[in-house]
Design a protein around this ligand. Structure first.
Ligand code: BG6
Length: 273
């Protein structure tokens, strides 16, 4: 496995599940329920290098999703920033809660001129709960787009379908066209879409298991698989790794952006079970 020993990480093991979280990016890169194969996909060629996002798990895209703010790096700067470990609490034998925080810094203010606090609360049990809370500590309002960019571990891309997004409008990021989803999503080519007006749960149906995703504080969901050609161009990923994962990202993307006035707070929550 990659050199995860070079990064500071938090390991969780309780009666129901295990997890690993890197302080860089508050990035959960392993989550498995007891006796099951991992729910999150992790690239075996991921670098685990300071300043480079881990490929897999759940990178945090913040304060900008994609290239929404062209002055920021793709998906913002949080995924490569070092978070502070606030606490790890055992809430009984079967549930562990980990809290990490990021504050504005000299470096962040150069990129994005706002004071903020970003808290990631991860609750590990039969389900995985991720709560990303942004607080505006500045004296002016700011706008964010964001995502909990989950890479799900699947048996094979040809075995999976996504339910719950049928009839939803979506932006096709490959050609900027606005479309409407017809039926379940199956993967037979590159898919990079921002679904809108999503208030219901989503199911990722695989051969021998179904993963449920429930989002709060968000009405957009990004569905992404790079397929053959883009996978070859992606960093920290084997050419054929596109067969092993699907990203279903709990987001506030494009028109679903969030504006926070001074002292205001917003929480984006994703529950996976
Ligand atoms: C997805 C985007 O969220 O992230 C894709 O929709 C992008 O367009 C993918 O390729 C991975 O991005 P990155 O920056 O981690 O290589």
């Amino acid at each position: 496995m990659a050199q995860e020993q070079f990064m500071e990480i938090i390991e969780v093991n309780n009666d129901r599940a295990s997890a690993k979280i890197a302080l860089q990016g508050a990035h959960i890169f392993h989550y498995a329920r007891d006796g099951e194969r991992p729910l999150l996909w992790l690239s075996e060629t991921s670098d685990f290098e300071d300043g480079k996002a881990i490929r897999g798990g759940v990178p945090i895209c913040w304060p900008s999703f994609g290239m929404n703010n062209p002055r920021l790096p793709q998906h913002g700067f949080a995924r490569t920033a070092l978070f502070e470990h606030v606490s790890t609490k055992e809430l009984g034998d079967d549930t562990t809660e980990v809290i990490l925080k990021l504050r504005d810094s000299k470096e962040s203010l150069k990129l994005w001129a706002y004071k903020f606090e970003l808290e990631m609360k991860i609750t590990i049990s039969d389900s995985l709960e991720m709560e990303l809370t942004t607080t505006n500590l500045d004296d002016k309002s700011f706008e964010i787009t964001q995502a909990l960019h989950s890479y799900f571990n699947i048996s094979n891309i040809s075995n999976v379908k996504v339910k719950g997004l049928e009839t939803k409008p979506y932006l096709n990021a490959l050609n900027s066209e606005q479309c409407v989803q017809d039926g379940d999503i199956v993967f037979e080519e590159e898919i990079d879409r921002v679904y809108q007006e999503v208030s219901n749960g989503i199911e990722l149906i695989d051969k021998n298991r179904t993963i449920n995703i429930k989002n709060e504080g968000s009405s957009s969901v990004v569905v992404w698989n790079p397929w053959i050609e883009k996978a070859k161009r992606m960093s920290a990923m084997r050419d054929d790794a596109y067969k092993e994962f699907v990203c279903i990202e709990s987001a506030n993307a494009f028109e679903d952006f969030v504006v926070l006035e001074p002292t205001q707070i917003h929480t984006l929550k994703a529950t996976i079970y």
